[in-house]
Design a protein around this ligand. Structure first.
Ligand code: TRP
Ligand code: ZN
Length: 477
């Protein structure tokens, strides 16, 4: 697990394999071109995680080949990254936390590289031209780390009783593969995972193949639709697998740790029903596969909306299943521009729970809103007060992006919009928003502009000012 930081002038092992004549030729070509590339930025200036992601290129595809042995806890990985340069590049960064890098190549040629903290800086043998598509290959290994977030929750590579669970919100994906780990850079994925025979590996998207030999099994997963890296997932262990197809033809793949099978059977049986209800509310399901993973992961205190296949650290309740499936539209398909726009994920997923309640014999969204506004939604007054700690669109710090102003008060913003436009127009806005930014990214200003465009005769100024951006509890419900 030792990874010594290198200075950029160090010549890494891999460079020794590039014949001198070739290296010299490349050097001359790069210089002879006249255009001087510059290094890509080490982050994309996210207001909450400034080092997340990287400047100078966009990833279009990740091909990951991972091999993991729960006994030794050793991960061996090869990442093949396809990217497009957005500037003339002399160097670029990848985000990688821990692990040992063994080799880096760009366009099949050994590249120089060095590491500083979570940044892996790669210097290709020649400059990359703006607009050029290039391929990076990184070989790495080691014991992947569990990362503790600013808010104290754990992500990255997590051990379970019979294997491991890899989760990445907001930055944990850097613990298991090098990449541009910011929600603004979405890509397609092929994830192949090799594990000891008897275990299974589950990931996002469609299972393309499952092969065994020499005491090991390999599972190849494919995600065609753009995915933010924080939504990539791998679950390794023993699982009961249930495959089925919904009435609308969507393939479901549900993996359940046998220890959680009994407790989760009833709620998981409602998965098709919940998806159908959400399609009705939010529009067509945005991906070509769906499902869930229920693991036995005591240390993980949260469920996560990993793309096509949300992860639950134990048997979920119906509300949590509704919430994580709603994220497939809000968060996974329409992904926030930055971690500041987190309320667009959590406000919508929370509001989905309120709507589900309302339409299934529980409290109306209006009643839920009122209880939150009065302060008796929670049993303890401190939690009631915490809803007003900061405005949904301006979390008070990286440690607070999953606090209740983002979730509950975010949902309250949506309820205010609904009140203002009426139920029919609200439905149109919710479905239209999901359609307008399907498979893309969007920020808070896009949302307010969209709502205003769809209801030009209504005034939203007070909602945006007091509910979305304003400090404290707004004076009127
Ligand atoms: N997104 C998860 C959910 O509500 C919760 C969560 C897990 C989270 N890890 C996080 C939120 C890290 C913010 C940051 O479904
Ligand atoms: Zn959520």
């Amino acid at each position: 697990m030792v990874s010594r930081p290198r200075r950029i002038t160090d010549v890494p092992r891999s460079s020794a394999r590039v014949p001198f004549a070739l290296a010299a030729a490349l050097f001359l070509t790069a210089c002879g071109g006249g255009v001087q590339g510059t290094p890509g930025a080490p982050g994309v200036r996210d207001p909450y995680f400034p080092r997340a992601g990287n400047g100078g290129y966009d990833v279009t595809h990740y091909g990951l080949a991972l091999s993991y042995d729960p006994g030794s806890r050793e991960l061996t990985g090869r990442a093949e990254i396809t990217a497009r340069a957005t500037q003339d590049l002399s160097a670029f960064n990848l985000d990688l936390k821990g692990l040992d890098v063994g080799s880096v190549s760009v366009e099949g040629r050994g590249a120089r590289w060095n590491r500083t903290g979570q940044e892996l800086t790669v210097r290709p043998p020649g400059d990359l031209d703006r607009g050029e598509t290039f391929h990076v290959r990184v070989g790495y290994s080691g014991t992947p780390e569990t990362i503790t977030d600013p808010d104290g929750s754990e992500e990255g590579w997590l051990r379970t009783a019979d294997g491991a669970l890899a989760l990445g919100e907001p930055t944990g994906s850097a613990a298991w593969f090098p990449g541009s780990h910011h929600p603004g850079d979405k890509a397609s994925y092929d994830i192949a995972v090799t594990v000891p025979a008897g275990l299974r590996a589950v990931s996002n998207g469609e299972l393309r193949s499952e092969t065994s030999g020499r005491g090991r099994s390999t599972f190849r997963w494919h995600t065609a639709e753009p995915m933010a890296s924080y939504l990539a997932m791998v679950a390794i262990g023993r699982y009961d697998i249930r495959r089925s197809t919904t009435k609308s033809g969507l393939p479901l793949y549900v993996a359940v740790d046998p220890a959680e099978a009994k407790a989760s059977a009833k709620v998981l049986a409602r998965l098709p029903e919940i998806l159908a209800w959400e399609e009705d509310a939010f529009g067509p399901y945005p991906f070509s596969a769906a499902g869930a993973v229920v693991d036995d992961a005591d240390g993980v205190g949260y469920a996560l909306e990993t793309q096509t296949r949300p992860v639950f650290p134990g048997a979920p309740d119906t509300a949590t299943l509704v919430h994580e499936l709603a994220h497939q539209w809000f968060g996974d398909s329409v992904t926030p521009d930055s971690w500041q726009d987190m309320w667009l994920n959590e406000g919508f997923a929370t509001y989905a729970e309120w709507l589900w309640e309302e339409e299934h014999g529980g409290d109306t969204a209006d009643e839920t809103f009122d209880a939150l506004y009065r302060g008796d939604y929670y049993d303890d007054p401190a939690s009631g007060e915490a809803v007003w700690a900061f405005p949904p669109a301006r979390p008070s710090g990286a440690a607070h992006i999953s606090d209740s102003p983002v979730y509950e008060r975010g949902a309250m913003v949506l309820h205010k919009v609904r009140e203002t436009v009426g139920d029919t127009a609200f439905r149109r806005i919710v479905r239209g928003w999901a359609a307008a930014h399907r498979h893309g990214n969007a920020g808070t200003a896009d949302f307010t502009a969209y709502v205003e465009k769809k209801a030009p005769d209504r005034d939203f100024d007070v909602i945006w000012r007091d509910w979305l951006y304003g400090d404290g509890r707004p004076s009127r419900p």
